[in-house]
Design a protein around this ligand. Structure first.
Ligand SMILES: [Zn+2]
Ligand SMILES: [Zn+2]
Length: 345
């Protein structure tokens, strides 16, 4: 099969013919229909991710058509499926409690095993995959990727967002945009923060009530002013120390901070304002992914028209363009994400 391989960090991906993947007993092999290009892939491509070494095939945001099913998998060839990025075992105590994103035997294609920047992918633990609704194109399904699923679980499964509450969104990349759209669908009010004027304008056009340019002074003070005392929920979607602190400081008393951004740097250790946590009696949530049993709830929001995810996918690109898309994460980008939909081009 044809695949894009990291042979050298920060160098263009190598387009190679590699052996087809082997189907695992509880897994499937998918013909990849679409694969999202994500900031997490960039972390691997620059050499910051411990599980991404030369020889790796990136790609963790994929949907595809089953070409082979293992004897323990309940799918059959021809089924069209969408995958969560965390493939959970289903058997460990965390999985049995429903908290499958903390599975102790989890597998994550693209990080330590071959990903979906390729014509085919082996997806083990296929019980975690969900059927791709006919109303969702492969590009949009892949665009849900880690961002829409993570945003949905962050707001509903972690922060327990209520209609009428204010949500502050720090960073309007794919995850931040997803948080905005889902929070609006759930009846919340949204203020967005970014440094790219074009992205702030885009967020306003999609229903944000206010936008704060982080280069224009004290972000937290501006949000406290806009929301009349602070946001009830604040989502940090960048992973930097400055934004994590702005997120804590912009909250109302008893507010909930959700850490969605993958902390940057090799150690990811940050200095955060614990006095704000103490004095305002804040709650801090970490979150990563979405348990796959929540797909029906998320997909029904989309299928009933309450959540329109089309603004999230900016463009469809061939596999040969993935290198340029990764390199573009080095600097602030225009809104929307890229999805690979042509694996021969
Ligand atoms: Zn498990
Ligand atoms: Zn991702």
């Amino acid at each position: 099969m044809r695949a894009a391989v990291i042979q050298e960090f920060r160098a263009p991906l190598s387009l190679e013919t590699v052996p087809d993947p082997i189907c695992e007993a509880d897994g499937v092999v998918l013909k990849v229909l679409a694969c999202g290009i994500c900031r997490s892939d960039w972390h691997g491509w620059v050499g910051e991710h411990p599980k991404v070494r030369p020889g790796a095939i990136p790609g963790h945001e994929y949907c595809g058509e089953v070409v082979e099913a293992g004897p323990l998998a309940r799918w059959k060839p021809g089924d069209r499926l969408i995958a969560p990025f965390i493939l959970s075992c289903g058997a460990c105590p965390e999985c049995r409690s429903g908290q499958t994103t903390t599975c102790r035997a989890q597998r994550v294609p693209g990080f330590g095993e071959p990903g979906a920047y390729a014509e085919l992918i082996s997806a083990p633990h296929a019980h975690t995959l969900a059927r791709l609704p006919g109303s969702l194109t492969p590009a949009l399904a892949a665009g849900l990727g880690c961002r829409v699923t993570t945003a949905y679980h962050a707001l509903t499964g972690r922060a327990a967002l209520q209609a009428g509450e204010w949500v502050a969104v720090h960073g309007t990349g794919g995850i931040g945009l997803s948080v905005l759209l889902i929070a609006r669908a759930l009846g919340a009010r949204v203020v967005v923060v970014d440094v790219v004027p074009e992205r702030l304008a885009h967020a306003l056009s999609l229903g944000a009530e206010a936008a704060v340019n982080a280069r224009s002074g004290d972000v937290a003070a501006q949000i406290v002013e806009i929301t009349g005392g602070g946001a009830q929920v604040s989502v940090e979607a960048l992973g930097s120390e400055a934004t994590a602190n702005a997120s804590l400081m912009c909250l109302a008393p008893m507010g909930r901070h959700v850490q969605v951004g993958l902390p940057t740097g090799h150690t990811a250790v940050m200095q955060i304002n614990m006095n704000a946590v103490y004095m305002k009696q804040l709650s801090l949530f970490g979150t990563r992914g979405m348990p796959s049993w929540r797909y029906p709830a998320l997909l029904s929001l989309i299928e009933t028209g309450r959540l329109d995810v089309r603004p999230i996918v900016a463009r469809e690109v061939p596999l040969s363009a993935a290198s340029a898309e990764l390199a573009a994460f080095d600097s602030p980008r225009p809104p929307g994400v890229a999805v690979i939909t042509d694996f021969r081009g």
